[in-house]
Design a protein around this ligand. Sequence first.
Ligand SMILES: Cc1cc2nc3c(=O)[nH]c(=O)nc-3n(C[C@H](O)[C@H](O)[C@H](O)COP(=O)(O)OP(=O)(O)OC[C@H]3O[C@@H](n4cnc5c(N)ncnc54)[C@H](O)[C@@H]3O)c2cc1C
Length: 301
Amino acid sequence: MMVLELKNDYDLSKNSTLRVQAKAKIYAEPTSFEDLKELFTLIGAQKLNWHILGAGSNTLLSSRGIDGVVICTNKLDFINDLGDNVFEVGVGTRMPKLCAITAQKSLSGAEFMEGIPGSIGGGIVMNAGAHKSDIASILLSAKVFNTQTLELEDWSKEDLGFEYRKSKINPYEHLIYSGIFKFTPASKETIRAKIQENNHWRTTKQPIKAWTCGCTFKNPEPTVSAGKLIEDLGLKGLREGDFMVSNMHGNFFENTDAGTSIDFCNLMKKVQSEAIKLGVMLKPEVQLMGEFTEDEKSLWG
Ligand SMILES: Cc1cc2nc3c(=O)[nH]c(=O)nc-3n(C[C@H](O)[C@H](O)[C@H](O)COP(=O)(O)OP(=O)(O)OC[C@H]3O[C@@H](n4cnc5c(N)ncnc54)[C@H](O)[C@@H]3O)c2cc1C
């Protein structure tokens, strides 16, 4: 008998910041390493497909359906003090929460996380970053759940292979269980001033109250902003179904009502094809989950 509760035909529309209509055939929220072992034993025995979902702030869930098990990490939310300003942080912990807790302890390093609505797990996979900092700059290592051996492995920062908004973690092979972070002592005033400055920047530049996944596309070059390029193409306000290129930031696509993954892909396609006319291939930052047509998948290259 399974201890972990599995839910069938689960409504995922509130599991992503895009708020697209989507359903998981099976849904699970493991709370511990033991739950993960139990879940992957079942997945192995029944040969099920599986997908890992953090806060869903960088994922386009398919409105056509998501087969197998969607494993949401929300409840893997813990922080262990390992001493010497080093902390083990569960992957379900939200980044702004880690920022607030470390600021309270007069520890610097997580200020860039303020306003990024993702989990630590999604942050590690994506090497989330802002304000000239990123996960790679404060992470020492990660504990990774091996879905074949059902054991935890220690992966060094080098093993994780961080690049711009990218790591070597393939979510269809490995589940990150926790990250080991090292912070630097600093005064609370300095840390709070930095957080306030970051907050001010974000609230004046991004549509943070709208349903979006943040930046849809990666910047084509470190010095070329995808948002500026889309704005220069005159595409702000462009619509497909209920999705619209934000009037505030060209790289944010807003769900204005009951937008689907189909609307989102159609809008991506229109923007990508306009950028190609300038010789720029915009590559998506947002990740896919579930059923997509070959044409939709080709947008990811
Ligand atoms: C308003 C807004 C602002 C944003 N600003 C920024 C920003 O400034 N900088 C930035 O980098 N990003 C930004 N983002 C994007 C997003 O928040 C980050 O990419 C974040 O790291 C995603 O985390 P998540 O938990 O939501 O990941 P999800 O969207 O849930 O997942 C992302 C990918 O990681 C995989 N994954 C998640 N957890 C695990 C795990 N434990 N093990 C293995 N694989 C896993 C998923 O399968 C998926 O492929 C923003 C988004 C929004 C909505």
